[in-house]
Ligand binder design. Structure first.
Ligand code: PGA
Length: 261
């Protein structure tokens, strides 16, 4: 972790919690997560809970993110929520999560259009990239990440890329407790950094925030936060537990402040 970029810890609640349960979780989190400016904490509940949580939270303590969006601003697209509808409610939108890619068939071109829609509507995309277990076995990790980054960020300017968040989430490490080793993650985040530098310049590469995601918990979070080019974490199942998630935020805070080496 580097001290020039603000650490970012994102909670992806996926399709868990009713509106009422989400509100209770926010309540518990608000008691445990310190209100401070050193770490940015983003909650991504279901679409349904966004509005009520937006009214409930202290916006200095938490920011909000959506887990997905549609790329058209409006129209006859039954069941979809557009980036323009999310504008004003959330600051971040997760785009290209592996569950979107693999279960719902989001293609590279959809992901690219969604990233653009989020930027166009003045929010920050959290572009998820990552290789599958098979691609890893076939030594295709570098190639896959390279292609996902090129495609996902295509058509953005260097200034726009500078504000983007990229989450490296190896698909094989998501949701199963089988987290990637920091030594496996480090070369990939370095690759992402150097690719951004080559495509969009040094300034964009220095500003862009790169997260790790995949079976993060309060036992392993510190290991990832110790990696030089990792600026934060995208946390799935562990974010559903208020003590565990609050511990992760505290670790990021202490790390950033140099309280722990
Ligand atoms: P996990 O999920 O922490 O449960 O592995 C991470 C994610 O899918 O973003």
């Amino acid at each position: 972790m580097n001290t020039t970029r603000k650490p970012l810890i994102i909670a992806n609640w996926k399709m868990y919690n009713t509106v009422h349960e989400s509100s209770l979780l926010v309540h518990r989190l608000s008691e445990k997560v310190p209100v401070q400016r050193t770490v940015e904490v983003v909650l991504c509940p279901s679409m349904l809970a966004l509005q009520s949580i937006s009214l409930q939270i202290n916006h200095r303590q938490f920011k909000l993110g959506a887990q997905n969006c549609y790329w058209r601003d409006e129209g006859a697209f039954t069941g979809e929520v557009s980036a323009s509808q999310l504008r004003g409610v959330v600051n971040y939108v997760i785009v290209g999560h592996s569950e979107r890619r693999n279960i719902f068939g989001d293609r590279e071109r959809d992901i690219r259009a969604k990233v653009q829609a989020v930027v166009r509507n003045q929010m920050i995309p959290v572009l998820c990239v990552g290789e599958t277990a098979q691609q890893r076995v076939d030594h295709e990790t570098k190639h896959v990440i390279h292609e996902q980054i090129i495609s996902g960020l295509a058509n953005l300017t260097s200034e726009e890329v500078a504000k983007v968040v990229i989450a490296y989430e190896p698909v094989w490490a998501i949701g199963n407790g089988d987290s990637a080793k920091p030594t496996e993650v480090e070369p990939v985040v370095e690759l992402i950094h150097s690719q951004i530098k080559a495509l969009y310049g040094k300034k964009a590469a220095e500003s862009v925030r790169i997260l790790y995601g995949g079976s993060v918990n309060d036992k392993n979070a510190e290991l990832y936060l110790s990696v030089e080019r990792i600026d934060g974490l995208l946390v799935g199942s562990a974010s559903l537990s208020s003590p565990v998630f609050a511990n992760i935020v505290t670790l990021a805070h202490n790390k950033h402040k140099g309280i722990i080496e």
